[in-house]
Design a protein around this ligand. Structure first.
Ligand code: HEC
Length: 424
């Protein structure tokens, strides 16, 4: 809390802004997919740039070990941080050291720490839910896999039940004190992306925009479904009786869990998703992340008085119709991971500045995979064309660059023409 307050006070002093304390955390090199706040108010951000930012005031410590986008982050006991993501791994950061807790066989979408702090549970698109011990070396619990890609995991307050949402649209319950067979709670029919639980209720958000609250038997308590989809983030703050819900259209909705009413509906960004949400320890501030490489925080009380701030500076959100095709190709398909300027970048891929005529794997201080450092490719029109004609998975197999092809020769030619002038 103190770190956060300091940041607020500093920002007010520095910019002499109006009384509204709207704050940002800047430094990531890619979109922000997860946020967590510790009981003491420390903020952790998980990013597409493969790192976790651990913020003390405005100076982050970068936690770097993931090989792909980090999509989930939670705090464990004793200020431990647990992160997971598209590299299939679950990692623990404690006292300045990093360790690999475990590994799935597909991307990890969700993490939850048991209320007693003994376990962290991870859900993955490999269709399994795994328990990793946070204290000592205890044996991992085994539960029968729900079998379908897991998007969401959440404990109840007592830690005796685990709820799991799948992309097949089912919400399962595991009774952790008894059998570990999953029991169906609800069949929603569309992928369940988020779950939070409170006293006697479960709230979930789904791909079709479904935003519902049910009791433990699956009977409906409230339905907050609006015509916005998908629901991408959901958090519950017990002390202030509120749920925050973020969606693909840029809104943050606040629901009062005493009266089951929408109390605020805030357009956080004009375009793009709200992927990450977290309340401050006292519930008065909501932190949010999305396509920007900046995490935002607003006071809940005055949310509605703010303009849609997120997404303003992102060039790839400019109206694509106004761009020539080559630039549009770059903005849509590359800019999220590659800078065009020289100098340090926190994006997931190396800067493309000066790439023409350069040997593969040559950007100083960028940690390439061996396929690139050991390669004799020289990047030019032909090799970059081949890279996206065949796709990185064929042209440079084993590389960290995700599989993608640009099927149309004209699009590749336009992209390369744009890159030639933009990377000089
Ligand atoms: C999701 C992130 C991501 C996207 C999107 C992406 N790249 Fe990459 N790219 C990477 C990463 C990571 C590497 C480094 C790969 C490695 O070390 O295995 C890389 C490497 C490269 C390299 C080799 C650079 C060098 O110094 O050897 C080129 C060229 C490249 N990308 C071009 C592009 C272009 C053009 C696009 C858009 C069509 C694109 N990339 C889209 C992540 C991305």
């Amino acid at each position: 809390m103190r770190a956060w307050l300091t940041a607020v006070l500093l920002s007010c002093a520095a910019f002499q802004t109006a009384a509204q304390e709207f704050t940002t955390l800047k430094g990531h090199g890619g979109p922000i997919m997860g946020i967590a706040v510790s009981p003491s108010g420390q903020v952790a951000t998980a990013s597409f740039d493969n790192s976790v930012g651990l913020w003390a005031g405005r100076d982050p410590q970068w936690l770097e070990a993931h090989d792909a986008a980090v999509t989930a982050v939670v705090f464990g006991p004793d200020a431990a941080v647990i992160s997971a993501g598209d590299d299939f791994t679950v990692r623990l950061w404690r006292d300045g050291a990093q360790s690999l807790l475990g590994q799935h066989t597909a991307k990890v979408t969700s993490l939850a720490v048991s209320p007693d702090g003994a376990w962290v549970v991870s859900g993955s698109w490999d269709g399994t839910v795994r328990f990793w011990p946070l204290r000592g070396q205890g044996d991992a619990l085994q539960v029968k896999a729900p079998g379908k890609g897991v998007n969401a995991v959440a404990f109840d307050a007592a830690g005796t039940q685990l709820f799991v949402g799948t992309n097949a649209g089912d919400l399962w319950r595991y009774d952790l004190s008894g059998t570990t067979e999953p029991m169906p709670v609800v069949r929603h029919g569309f992928g369940i992306n988020e779950i939070v639980t409170g006293d006697g209720w479960i709230a979930y958000g789904a791909v079709d925009g479904g935003t519902r609250v049910i009791d433990m038997a699956g009977a409906q308590i409230a339905d907050f479904t609006l015509d916005r989809r998908p629901i991408l983030s959901m958090v519950y703050h017990q002390g202030s009786d509120q749920i925050a819900v973020g969606d693909g259209e840029g809104y943050i909705m606040i629901v009062d869990t005493q009266r089951w009413r929408i109390t605020r509906d805030f357009r956080a960004t004009r375009q793009g998703p709200v992927w990450a949400l977290a309340f401050s320890p006292d519930g008065t501030v909501i932190h949010a992340g999305g396509l920007d490489d900046v995490a935002y925080a607003w006071p809940v009380e005055t949310l509605d008085s703010f303009d849609a701030t997120m997404g303003q500076e992102r060039s790839f959100l400019r109206d694509p119709a106004t761009m020539p095709n080559g630039e549009r190709q770059f903005m849509r398909k590359c800019s999220i991971c590659h800078a065009l300027t020289s100098g340090p970048s926190r994006k997931a891929g190396p800067t493309l500045h000066g790439v023409f005529g350069r040997a593969a794997g040559a950007v100083q201080d960028y940690k390439y995979s061996p396929i690139l450092t050991g390669s004799d490719i020289i990047w030019n029109e032909d090799t970059i064309d081949a890279l996206f004609d065949e796709g990185p998975d064929h042209y440079i197999p084993g590389s960290k660059m995700p599989m993608q092809v640009i099927a149309k020769p004209d699009d590749r030619a336009d992209l390369i023409a744009f890159l030639k002038q933009a990377t000089q």
